[in-house]
Design a protein around this ligand. Structure first.
Ligand SMILES: Cc1ncc(COP(=O)(O)O)c(C=O)c1O
Length: 359
């Protein structure tokens, strides 16, 4: 069996221990004689799986009791609309524009109501997280939306803005359970699962119960948080298979010591790559030092020829999917929770060798 080190932005690498467990249970889950893929979402067996997954996530993220965890479909992109439909209530929503996905969230909200850009780093190609001066945030704002990690350019929030009781909404798709944030600072968190949690198909939403029940008139049932909350994520068939895998990934994160412990490991991994960027003139980091992401490390080489050579030579030693997003170019290495230290070590060694040969 061949396994490579897969630096893909998402869907991305899953823990090998989890894949092995899935393989063991693929055809027959716990003496049921069937796969989880074939199981009714209303069965006792699946209920144990989904409730176990919620309990693990609650404990991993220290989610307070007055929050509801929802396992939905539609990806983070559906949340761009859902947040606006459920929380705007005729008021103005404010968005911090830190990259492509933050911009998409804002554009979607503008289709549905009054949404404004609150801060932006667009003029410098999103190379840092802009200053978010919440003293300028109107107290009657519907909410402030941030993207805690910007997958394409490779920036992250280190400080979470204090919004003085204005609900804080976060797209945490690319660093949920990879960086330890204080969940109670957020009124709503959403994340596509396909980076740190599970295969594609699951969207996790964590919502303060005070925000349930305020959807705009005419909101389709599938887009109303309260309807999903009232039905325990079973209003319709939930994404059973990725939920099952999320339950295993959450257990795996617990076994690694939890989110704070895994963040420490992630910092160590990211530093291997940032140290290589700092050490060789061939590489130029895309993100400003103070905003550098520990999940998505981005850098450029002097020209396309060297970039292509880097991608090709890396793949030859099983370091795959390192090409940067087309809007940024260069290289992007995604170091999500499941990327082993050994893979990043190999990458850092390769970067040193490549720089010595081509610098
Ligand atoms: C930060 C962020 N938000 C949103 C999205 C879009 O997610 P989805 O494809 O689940 O709609 C992505 C996808 O990579 C992302 O990285």
């Amino acid at each position: 069996m061949k396994r490579v080190f897969n630096f893909s932005a998402g869907p991305s690498t899953l823990p090998l221990e989890v894949l092995n467990e899935v393989q063991k249970d693929l055809v027959c889950y716990k003496d049921t004689g069937m796969s989880v893929m074939e199981m009714s979402h209303r069965s006792k067996m699946f209920d144990d799986i989904i409730e176990g997954a919620k309990a693990s996530l609650k404990s991993l993220m220290n989610i307070p009791d007055d929050y509801t965890i929802l396992f939905l479909q539609g990806g983070a992109s559906t949340q761009f609309a859902m947040t606006a439909l459920n929380l705007m209530q005729g008021k103005t929503a404010y968005y911090v524009n830190t990259g492509v996905f933050a911009g998409k969230a804002l554009t979607e909200a503008k289709r549905l109501g009054d949404a404004k850009e609150f801060a932006s780093s667009k003029s410098v190609n999103f190379s840092h997280i802009p200053k978010v001066d919440t003293s300028l945030l109107p107290t009657d704002a519907a909410y402030l939306h941030i993207t805690t990690n910007n997958t394409i350019v490779g920036t992250q929030y280190n400080e979470i803005p204090d919004t003085n009781n204005v609900p804080l909404v976060a797209d945490m798709s690319s660093n949920i359970i990879g960086k330890d944030y204080d969940t109670s600072k957020f009124s709503l968190i959403y994340a596509g699962a396909q980076k740190n949690i599970a295969p594609a198909g699951l969207t996790v939403v964590i919502i303060n119960n005070d925000l349930l029940g305020s959807a705009a008139q005419g909101t389709p049932a599938m887009l109303d948080y309260k309807i999903h909350a009232d039905k325990d994520s079973m209003y319709n068939t939930p994404p059973c298979w990725p939920i099952y895998i999320s339950s295993l990934v959450f257990k795996w994160v617990e076994a690694q010591g939890g989110v704070a412990a895994i963040e420490k490991k992630n910092i160590k991994k990211a530093n291997l790559v940032y140290d290589a960027i700092n050490s060789f003139d061939l590489y130029k980091g895309v993100a400003d030092v103070g905003s550098r992401s520990i999940m998505n490390v981005t850098f450029t080489l002097p020209n396309d020829e060297l970039t292509n050579q880097f991608v090709q030579d890396a793949a030859a030693i099983d370091l795959v999917n390192v090409r940067g997003h087309r809007s940024v170019g260069g290289i992007r290495t995604c170091l999500y929770n499941a990327m082993p230290y050994e893979g990043v070590q190999r990458l850092a060694n390769f970067m040193a060798d490549f720089a010595k040969k081509n610098g």
